[in-house]
Design a protein. Structure first.
Ligand code: RP5
Length: 164
């Protein structure tokens, strides 16, 4: 099975990014976590992304805050799918990172999830792998069914409490 790379610009991103790790773990998908910064360790970020395909990765998550150019810098050096997580950090509450990550010019795509959207980033990676992996596809179907059951249960509790 292909691995997922989970890269963050700073270890200060870890409390949010660890939710992507938890999600991948729950689906049995192998992954690696790294701290590479587009501006503090640009050579390491480049080296990792340039070699990611031959090192067995199938997609890359890149989380960064503020003037967040990590996902774009990673995507510049690979044709693997790159999913950007704009992080809520600094004075602008994540709007800076959201615009920096989502507004990639044509030619180098970054699929951007919500601000701090680590769970969806991991699920999107799982969906990418599930195109050719029936085991992951089945796990995603089971998760959807379980999530639906939980909401139906909550609906029933509210209906029982308020509706005559
Ligand atoms: C970004 O700047 C990181 O991704 C982080 O979200 C933000 C702040 O980093 P630290 O100053 O906490 O290392 O590069």
């Amino acid at each position: 099975m292909k691995k997922i790379a989970v890269i963050m610009g700073s270890d200060s991103d870890l409390p949010v990014v660890s939710k992507a790790a938890d999600t991948l773990k729950s689906l049995g998908i192998p992954f690696e976590m790294h701290v590479f910064s587009a501006h503090r360790t640009p050579e390491e970020a480049k080296e990792f992304s340039a070699n990611a395909r031959k090192n067995g990765f199938g997609a890359i998550i890149a989380a960064a805050g503020m003037a967040a150019h990590l996902a774009g810098a990673i995507a510049a050096n690979t044709t693997l799918p790159v999913i950007g997580i704009p992080m809520k950090s600094g004075n602008l509450g994540g709007i800076d990172a959201l615009l920096s990550t989502v507004q990639m010019p044509s030619g180098i795509p970054v699929a951007t999830v919500a601000v701090d959207g680590a769970v969806n980033a991991a699920l999107l990676c799982a969906e990418i792998l599930a195109v050719t992996d029936d085991v992951i596809a089945a796990k995603l179907d089971a998760k959807r069914a379980a999530d639906t059951a939980k909401v139906l249960e909550k609906n029933k509790a509210v209906e029982d409490q308020f509706n005559i």
